[in-house]
Design a binder for this molecule. Structure first.
Ligand SMILES: [Zn+2]
Length: 197
């Protein structure tokens, strides 16, 4: 999940997605557990935006919010979408130790869509400073990547690939290529390497 936290100009490029090298991620004891509060009634509508579909939420009040973790403020859930690829083996934007995953969802959640079903039990995470992965690629995103992957069925992925853009072409893939990590540090909320691919 990506949270737009600032619009401060940076000298160094901080583009996303990146390959998270788990052995180089640094455990940071100051990283708090994530606080996720989710009210399924805040989901409003699903819209097809051409390259993917967005689930939009009513963010007029503090009903679905994300806070704690690496964040210094709390953020209301406004939009949620998925990235996928042409095969069941790729599609995630972020890559973990060189390994791609079939899809990636971003909290930036469907008809009474229940986000809770999309969150793993284990909430340890990696975090780093990056960007939006679609135009305008703004370098304002605090990325929070949950270490435990959730499962998605091949049927669901096939359903995503059946979606069409405005030119009535199927959206077979919509993930951005990897970007250089440069000198950025990826922090881990967990001391142990409990990442299970
Ligand atoms: Zn995205």
């Amino acid at each position: 999940m990506g949270v737009c936290t600032s619009s401060t100009a940076q000298c160094l490029p901080r583009q996303s997605p990146i390959d998270i090298q788990t052995r180089r991620a640094k455990y940071d004891s100051s990283l708090k557990p994530l606080f996720i509060q989710y009210d399924p009634n805040t989901s409003k509508r699903i819209i097809n935006v051409g390259h993917c579909f967005n689930v939009e939420f009513d963010d007029s009040s503090d009903r679905s919010v994300l806070s704690e973790g690496p964040l210094t403020s709390h953020y209301r859930l406004r939009q949620f979408h998925f990235h996928w690829g042409t095969s069941d083996r790729d599609g995630s934007e972020h890559v973990i130790d060189g390994q791609t995953y079939p899809a990636e969802n971003k909290e930036s959640p469907f008809e009474k869509f229940n986000l809770s079903n999309l969150l793993p039990k284990e909430r340890t995470y990696w975090t780093y400073l990056g960007s939006l992965t679609t135009s305008p690629y703004s370098e304002c995103v605090t990325w929070v990547l949950l270490q435990e992957a959730i499962t998605i069925s091949s049927e669901q992925l096939q359903h995503f690939r059946g979606l069409q853009n405005e030119d009535e072409e199927f959206i077979l893939e919509n993930h951005r290529p990897l970007q250089p990590i440069e000198k950025r540090l990826v922090k881990s909320s967990c001391k142990h390497k409990n990442h299970k691919p």
